[in-house]
Design a protein. Sequence first.
Length: 207
Amino acid sequence: MVEEQIVKRHIKDERVIDAMSKIQRELFVPPHLKNSSYDDSPLLIGGGQTISQPYIVARMTELLRPDEHSVVLEIGTGSGYQAAVLSLIAKRIFTIERILELKRSAEERFKALKISNVFVMSGDGTIGLSQYAPFDRIIVTAAGPEIPKNLLDQLKDNGIIVMPVGTEAEQVLLRGEKKEGKIEIEEHDRCRFVPLLGKYGFSDNGV
Ligand code: SAM
């Protein structure tokens, strides 16, 4: 998977390649999809949600540029795979999931894998996690109409945020870097994520 889908598609960051070689994606997918674990696609993980395509995980991690000193906030724990990859690169990861069942299974996976620097919260990640802010890095793994202001406020100066932004049908990966209080945005790959639902995301229709 790493050679064919990641290295051949020009992901160059050795820390990303190394982390993705070590974390087994098959441990983050439902048992009936084990045979598809290393496919070049997102997979359903329950609750209508997905574990992202491996290339997208690699690309977002590369754009985020975390290092061993980084405290990271992730919105959208899902299966926990992205957070597990980050756990091998960054110092500490706080990850928020709105679906309680997904939060619980991700926590069980981290426990079984003895990953101790990932902390899972439940709730609406669009409002951020002010009690642990500011963060060196913020990664949003669901698509929103814009980057929530709360998240920008909770990013440190010289910090980086990566998030898919657009309509519910298609988005562009944005990478924002905070410089002297202002965000400089770059546009990267086109992509398609499940929606970020919540106060500063798409409407959740009361679900
Ligand atoms: N990072 C995940 C992984 O490695 O498996 C994939 C994330 S999946 C594409 C998007 C996740 O975002 C879903 O689990 C969804 O429930 C969650 N989500 C959507 N809106 C959210 C919100 N406002 N706060 C927290 N989680 C949210």
